[in-house]
Write a new protein. Structure first.
Length: 304
């Protein structure tokens, strides 16, 4: 499948400071690509370059086959942007704001369809200044999708959403992608990236230090956490060599990391079955994308 977003050896410098340092990646049609990184990692600068709002120092960038730095009305008509804050005039009603932004596009989505997608039907006649924080973020999302974009840039799209609203927003994004929209997402909610992203790129100091599907990145950590409570009258010493040397025991709870969870669980449960005791609190937990991200962000090295 052809790339909709192409970034090759991208650099952005501010005097002696390098914000983006040789970044390269591609995003294909209908894909959600999540750019993750700590504040100052280069995410916002990269996205602003892709939107055509910031010049680059060097490198090649193409979005929908065009260089955003020189693209015109046709390019603007095919992208949608959800900023962290849109700054919509507070005296406008929700209906007026969506209609105004929609008028900037040649083929806007129907107003009622957009309001239904983001869950603002009941607030359509409420002034923007009277919306709650979560409702304003819903409005921001509405303004980003009203033009039925081919590429949607989402910058922290669900900040301020309650859990139900976040899941509704995820459904909207999935629906857009099913229709062919390509999404570039930045978020500090790692579960959001794990739920939505086809692939993830982790930035550190302006460089791409890891890239892949969430499953591949999580699998690359190679460890799973096993926890259980010691049966009454037993100690960790009773398990002998069944526990790894780095296992921890606190208040009767045993915890250890393993790269072979099936074998490890079989060993400890077999020991329990032989003695006719229960391992209460037994849990096997694989790493999350957040665990992987924290590890990569803390020790940025060669790209993975």
């Amino acid at each position: 499948m052809a790339a909709v977003i192409e970034v090759r050896d991208l650099h952005k410098r501010y005097g002696e400071v390098t914000a983006v340092d040789g970044l390269s990646f591609e995003v294909t049609e209908g894909e959600v690509y999540a750019l993750l990184g700590e504040n100052g990692a280069g995410k916002s600068t990269t996205v602003e370059i892709l939107e055509g709002h910031r010049p680059r120092s060097s490198g090649e960038v193409r979005v929908l086959g065009q260089d955003p730095a020189h693209a015109g009305r046709d390019f603007r008509d095919r992208i949608g942007i959800v900023l962290q804050s849109s700054g919509v005039e507070h005296e406008l009603t929700v209906r007026e704001a969506v209609r105004l932004y929609g008028s900037c596009y040649r083929r806007p989505r129907p107003l009622d369809e957009v309001l239904e997608l983001v869950g603002l039907q009941e607030q359509r006649d409420r002034r923007v200044g009277h919306l709650s924080g979560g409702q304003r973020r819903r409005l921001d999302l509405a303004l980003g999708i009203v033009g039925d974009p081919a590429v949607l840039f989402l910058d922290e799209p669900t900040t301020g959403f309650d859990p139900a609203a976040r899941r509704q927003a995820w459904d909207v994004i999935r629906g857009l992608c099913a229709g062919g929209t390509t999404v570039l997402l930045t978020t500090h909610y790692l579960d959001e990236a794990e739920q939505l992203a086809s692939r993830v790129g982790v930035l550190a100091a302006g460089r791409l230090v890891a890239e892949g599907t969430p499953e591949a990145l999580i699998g690359g950590v190679g460890t799973t956490i096993v926890r259980f409570d010691l049966p009454p009258g037993t100690s960790a010493a009773d398990l002998g060599t069944l526990l790894p040397a780095d296992a921890t025991v606190q208040g009767g709870r045993v915890e250890f990391a393993t790269s072979t969870p099936t074998e490890a669980v079989h060993r400890v449960t077999g020991w329990a079955v032989e003695r006719g005791v229960e391992l209460t609190g037994l849990a096997v937990t694989r790493p999350s994308l957040e665990d992987v991200y924290l590890q990569l962000a803390a020790t940025p090295g060669e790209p993975r």
